[in-house]
Design a protein around this ligand. Sequence first.
Ligand SMILES: [Zn+2]
Length: 319
Amino acid sequence: MTTTLGTAEAAPGERDTGRLEVGETRDGSPFGLPVAVINGEANGKTLYVQATSDGDELHGVGVLSQIVPQLDPTEIAGTILIVGIVNYHAFQVAEHRNPIDDTKMNRAYPGNETGTSSERIAAATFEVASRADLVLDLHQGSTSRMIDEVRVRCGSRHRLYEECLELAKVFGCGYVLDQKGPDGQLARVAPEEGIPTVDPELGGAVGWDESSIKRGVEGMWNVLRYYDFLTDDADLERQTRASGFEQYGAPAGGLIHMQADLGDRIQRGEPIFNVVTPFGEVKETITADSSGILWRTRRLPQVATGEYVCSVGTDIDTY
Ligand SMILES: [Zn+2]
């Protein structure tokens, strides 16, 4: 059967790209999100993948630009539906939030087709997600520095919790953040529709970091293998999981000297960072409130009092 997504239309064994129209820009031109359909020759599951839900997060579209040309519909069982750039307006100006309504897209799901700009885009993409058996919403730690990880956002009491954890393990970045997300996240809302969904967070960068993109490409291949879109076997590796997340801010203004690297294990009471003057005098040393793993840090060293510095993943185990 022919599969369509916006203007893209592919018969079994075919692929196509096109646009999913969601409205008009300020000059009255229609705009559409770039979409692709890979319709496998054989029957199978449907995977939905989207990228750049936050407009400054380019690793997801980096992954798609590498992997899509390699996906051969004659060798695939099932269908892959892709929206390559979700946050159209934010992407144009390289910002995180949609500048039309100053909203974070990943708080707007499941959206509203007669709502704000972000709600309309969320509704249009959620409708595509609803056609799938599995969903990957490719994100990253924005332009901060972050480890490569996958987020499970449905919460441990959800009926699809185990399926979401499994999908995170299959994607296999090495780290999983298992913590119920805020309202309006795709990875929280799509499981309500019975669709296992995770939010791979591919590092953090301004522009493209090839090592995080490579992780994402490997994760996608592994998902395609494990869920039988491809005939090869998937490798599953044990994941280090954090189920808590603690943020640290600067108690004083100055420059941050980190005392640990991303991915380091930190014991409670150990120093994480110093705030220093321009001449290197230590004003404050901040120690860990809980043991964990240094997960994310700000990119720029200068801070004002109270400004975000870093996050530590806590309550660590493996699965
Ligand atoms: Zn994001």
